[in-house]
Design a protein around this ligand. Sequence first.
Ligand code: AMP
Length: 211
Amino acid sequence: MILVLLGPPGAGKGTQGERLAEQLGIPKVATGDVLRAAVRDGTPLGLAAKAAMDRGDLVPDEVILGIMKEALASPGAANGAILDGVVRTVPQAEGLQRVLEELGRPLDAVLIFDIPDEELVKRLSARTVCSNCQTPYTGREPGSTCQKCGGTLARRKDDEPEAVRNRLRTYQEQTAPVIGWYREAGGPLRPIDAQGTMDEVLARARKALGT
Ligand code: AMP
């Protein structure tokens, strides 16, 4: 199954993507995680992406298309993949379609996380992330220990209020039109209400996907 998770920052794509990946037995690919790891390791990709990421701007489509292509063609994705935050502009949606056509694989669903802005700002300002394995937490202080790998939790630079406002604006301007693009292309759109507990949202996601 090839599944695209679409929704604003803080909507829960990462958390639900992780759980869906475990339950469906396919890998989650998150361009944000790939880019953060590149920044941490100081690779050329990381050096090129860091400034845009810190501001809450998008990195160029060509960079994302390269990561997307490599991830989908890898043996780990032979049975499918959950693409979390990978499609954020119309050119990226077009690029994904081309890659899937080349690989001869269909796009099974575009899961859309619906959630009001006030809830996003609340969630992002309470979020910390493990500096090592990137697991997100809500309401745990920076410096605490990650329950999953023992790493140290930190606030993401782009979860600071100004970057959050910029990311929400960027979502409205560049990512929201992707939903219209899929609608016109007859894409398999599956909107879900992303408010509520993690279990409630996961149950809605599985129902919408029919899994
Ligand atoms: P995320 O972890 O998904 O919130 O992504 C963090 C940051 O990485 C974003 O604010 C962008 O700067 C960059 N990024 C991740 N995925 C993409 C994408 N598909 N297109 C452009 N920039 C991206």
